[in-house]
Design a protein around this ligand. Structure first.
Ligand code: ZN
Length: 281
């Protein structure tokens, strides 16, 4: 039988404490890295989603006028490719009926904020803007790039004023933008900010009669997208973003959204929109 040696016991306790400290340091570093990556990524998570209005009746944004020659439509997006992802075939349909479309893209699409280390931001911007110009020829849009850096768009007075100026110059009657009120659970920060700025700008612009918000959880109107080949064609203009397996994955995502919105609206495949009449009185 041996008595425990107090010196040995003390040394063991000190060793255990050191190991615990080391473990705590490693765990905190891992958590810090995860949190850092979360802050760094441009995605925003909506932890507390606003409940969808119940009931959420269908609204007709005077579609006879919307789909008639000469109607002035202004579409505000965050990135080159958003218009095709959320509205592609719908915009072609509007153009075929004679609507005059202007597309305002808030950022330059360079992804500089989060891929600067891995990609050439200037080249990114050039390629993506060129792809946007080619895609928008399909719906005859006049395209304006506001040129804000991609990845951390700010909704400030400058952005609201820039969009208001575009609305005024285009005499826009219909404004399409991201829905900042009922966005998906995970969405791009730039989408949210461009939607907030465009919504505010539209509400302050007397020419705008209807606001149509896409990427929404609360659609009350929809564009028919039964011409699925056209939808894929529109997406494939953005070859730098969507090609091969990624085009397949993105197409599936768009298909699932179109099925979900179609089901909500009692249509086939649809691009869901939240239509609101703007009262400027
Ligand atoms: Zn985007």
């Amino acid at each position: 039988m041996t008595d425990s040696n107090p010196d040995v016991e003390l040394a063991k306790a000190a060793k255990r404490k050191k190991a615990l400290k080391r473990r705590l340091f490693v765990y905190s570093a891992i958590l810090g890295l995860i949190y850092g990556a979360f802050l760094f990524l441009p995605q925003q998570v909506d932890w507390n989603q606003k409940p969808i209005p119940n009931p959420n009746p269908k609204v007709d944004p005077d579609s006879r006028h919307l789909f008639s020659p000469g109607t002035r439509v202004l579409v505000v997006t965050a990135h080159p490719d958003d218009a095709e992802f959320y509205l592609g075939a719908g915009l072609v349909g509007l153009h075929e009926k004679g609507a005059e479309i202007r597309l305002v893209v808030c950022t330059n699409g360079d992804k500089g904020y989060y891929t600067r280390l891995f990609t050439n931001s200037e080249r990114n911007a050039e390629v993506r803007q060129d792809e946007q110009l080619k895609a928008s020829l399909q719906y005859g849009a006049d395209v304006v790039f506001l040129g804000h850096p991609d990845g951390r768009l700010h909704k400030d007075e400058e952005l609201v004023k820039e969009i208001k100026d575009q609305i005024a110059r285009w005499h826009a009657e219909y404004v399409f933008c991201f829905d900042p009120e009922y966005p998906p659970k995970v969405s791009h920060q730039d989408h949210r900010r461009s939607g907030e700025a465009a919504t505010e700008a539209a509400m302050q612009s007397p020419t705008v009669k209807w606001l149509l918000q896409f990427s929404t959880r609360a659609p009350n109107f929809g564009f028919d997208v039964s011409n699925w080949d056209l939808e894929i064609k529109m997406l494939s203009y953005h070859a730098s973003q969507f090609h091969g397996k990624r085009l397949e994955m993105i197409s599936n995502m768009v298909w699932e959204n179109a099925q979900r919105d179609g089901e909500i609206l009692g249509l086939g495949l649809a691009q869901g929109l939240r239509a609101s009449r703007l009262d400027h009185s």
